[in-house]
Design a protein around this ligand. Structure first.
Ligand SMILES: *Cc1c(COP(=O)(O)O)cnc(C)c1O
Length: 244
């Protein structure tokens, strides 16, 4: 086989593989919705494409997947630039350094990881045009991880963001780091309670509609605890190389 042909076969293989993975994960979400008595399509799939090539994103897009999540600003900017003809909704889900807020505000449609007033303020100042969709990252199991705001400070930060002109607070997000399935369930349950409480106080509750929780290994649990957006990397794209 000549080299070009071999390459084409490889690409087709990859597309077939991605298609299989996408179908399987969509099925898992639908099953979880049904098992939890949730409405069909009440949970969105965010495809987490960090470390994966633009060709993978393009293939999934052609299969109907429209939202993608990225963690690293530089890597994301290159892919977003390459794929700018496609109508993709880009979500930033990585740690936010304050010197990157300008680029994040200019490049993404959603940011999941806001946990400080200073960052929120900088994002709002840098945003031009349509408001940036924001989720507050909550530290649901305080003991171990450092990212995310403490639940006791959540209301204060939410109120601050409500008053910023170029941000639209859409909901909450968490990246739990539990020691057991039980603890994970508790963390999800807790985030849902925080979400419902804030929604009750929200000046326009209908736009506070997104609970970003659940990853490859806990889709079923997250959906049963009220997630509206699961962030899936490994189950879609395969394992990632360890980050050096
Ligand atoms: C990498 C990442 C994911 C995807 O995790 P998988 O276990 O590969 O599905 C989800 N959310 C965040 C914030 C991530 O950094």
């Amino acid at each position: 086989m000549d080299q070009r042909k071999a390459h084409r076969w490889q690409m087709m293989d990859r597309i077939t593989q991605l298609k299989h993975h996408l179908t399987a994960i969509e099925h898992a979400i639908q099953t979880a919705e049904a098992n939890a008595g949730r409405e069909k399509q009440s949970v969105r799939l965010l495809a987490v494409s960090k470390t994966k090539p633009a060709t993978d994103i393009e293939a999934l897009y052609a299969l109907g997947q429209k939202c993608f999540g990225e963690n690293y600003v530089q890597e994301a900017a290159e892919k977003i630039n390459k794929l700018n003809e496609l109508d993709i909704e880009w979500h930033f889900i990585g740690h936010i350094q304050s010197n990157k807020t300008k680029q994040i505000a200019a490049t993404f449609d959603w940011v999941h990881t806001v946990d400080r007033k200073k960052i929120a303020n900088r994002l709002s100042e840098a945003r031009d045009g349509k408001p940036l969709n924001i989720l507050i990252q909550v530290n649901v199991d305080l003991a171990k991880t450092k990212s995310g705001i403490a639940p006791s400070e959540l209301t204060d930060l939410a109120k601050f963001i409500w008053n910023l002109p170029n941000l639209k607070l859409r909901g909450l997000m968490s990246i739990p780091d539990p020691e057991s399935d039980d603890q994970l369930k508790q963390s999800h349950h807790y985030l849902k309670i925080l979400f419902d409480n804030l929604k009750r106080d929200h000046p326009t509750p209908e736009i506070f509609d997104t609970l970003s929780m659940g990853m490859t290994h806990d889709v079923e649990l997250a959906v049963s605890e009220g997630s509206t957006m699961v962030r899936i990397g490994t189950a879609l794209f395969g394992a990632r190389a360890p980050k050096e």
